[in-house]
Design a protein around this ligand. Structure first.
Ligand code: TRP
Length: 352
């Protein structure tokens, strides 16, 4: 078994925390929106980055389907390792293994009103989407508070997330300020680090819907086989008014071009294709074939590494064990500080 021994010195480092709900395999939207950013961040020695698989949070709206969550944990770790996230440089861990997170959540619950949580736009939207309007599970309702625990437990000052997570960050910042003002300076106030481009914030689905999402069945997964990718790309939604090859086409809201913009490294060819398509005379099949080549080239090495890691489950367990040990130690230290600040740091060690 591999010994992973990083994290020797985390003093003076920038703590970064981010996480994913394990509700399925990761797709191109995750790759362009968050994984690529994480790959960059892990290369900077100044960063101490934690990546959390948020299984507790995933259970808040999947409590009656726990096997989906359990199975997705392994899939997501395989996706992480396949794209090149490196456990020698970062800490990957599972939320439910860190019991301090649940304890911190309990203390933070006192600092937030029900009305404040109800105003959270992301939560509101999810309540509607999931049909929870008349029967919101308390666990789900409180997940923004639990997310504040995730972030503060690791003293994260930077949280790389998509736009939809801004209300969670705002909620966390409020909790930190309230905590620090009542109990004294203890917690670190984080800021969000947003993706730098539009596709990064929200890659559309292959069907042209605004978001790539498993529930819409419009995803290209990192683990898709080559022929699946071809099939999905060749049946992608494009400009519906581009009926004949010679018609001028639109590239702005055209998912084929949005994907090309996100993944094509040959910028000159990309720009030429945009111009040609807008002018007319460039057929959709040709553009899709080119996009297919681009994606195949990007995804082939990822798929290969993913299959290799899949054969080496012992290594995956050693990654998780190391991640757990380091993350647990950090979170326990924060919890100790929190209890200390509140003044409930009772210890009944015998005096002698
Ligand atoms: N809410 C995030 C999502 O839905 C997942 C998440 C849980 C998270 N805890 C976090 C993200 C802490 C950033 C920081 O994708």
């Amino acid at each position: 078994m591999l010994e992973i021994n990083n994290h020797k010195d985390i003093i003076n480092k920038v703590n970064i925390l981010t996480g994913d709900r394990p509700t399925g395999k990761l797709h191109l939207g995750h790759y362009i929106g968050s994984l690529k950013r994480r790959l960059e961040l892990q290369e900077d020695d100044k960063n101490n980055m934690y990546i959390m698989i948020a299984d507790i949070q995933a259970l808040t709206d999947n409590f009656n389907n726990p096997s989906k969550i359990k199975d997705s944990v392994l899939e997501i770790i395989l996706d992480y390792l396949a794209v090149g996230l490196d456990p020698y440089k970062i800490t990957i861990f599972i939320q439910s293994q860190i019991s301090a997170l649940a304890e911190l959540t309990i203390y933070y619950m006192n600092l937030v009103s029900v009305a404040r949580v109800q105003r959270n736009p992301t939560l509101k939207e999810e309540i509607k989407q999931k049909g929870f309007t008349d029967s919101i599970p308390v666990g789900f309702f409180c997940y923004p508070i639990s997310q504040a625990a995730d972030i503060t437990a690791f003293n994260a000052s930077i949280v790389p997330v998509g736009e939809d997570q801004l209300p969670m960050l705002e909620q966390t910042r409020e909790i930190v300020r309230t905590f620090n003002s009542i109990y004294g300076d203890t917690l670190v106030e984080p800021i969000a680090l947003l993706p730098s481009n539009r596709a990064g914030n929200r890659l559309p689905g292959t069907d042209g819907k605004s978001k790539m999402s498993k529930s819409f069945d419009n995803c290209i997964y990192l683990s898709d086989e080559s022929d699946e990718i071809t099939k999905k790309v060749m049946s992608m939604y494009t400009d519906p008014n581009h009926l004949k090859i010679d018609d001028p086409g639109e590239v702005e809201n055209n998912p084929v071009f949005i994907y090309l913009d996100a993944f094509c490294t040959d910028r000159k060819t990309f720009k030429d294709m945009c111009e040609h398509y807008k002018k007319g005379g460039l057929g959709d099949i040709k553009v899709k074939k080119y996009l297919n080549d681009v994606l195949q080239e990007e995804l082939a090495p990822i798929r290969k590494r993913r299959n290799e890691y899949k054969e080496n489950i012992d290594y995956i367990y050693s990654v998780l064990k190391n991640g757990y040990e380091f993350a647990n130690q950090t979170a326990n230290k924060t919890l100790e500080g929190v209890k200390n600040a509140i003044g409930i740091d009772f210890s009944f060690k015998e005096k002698n």
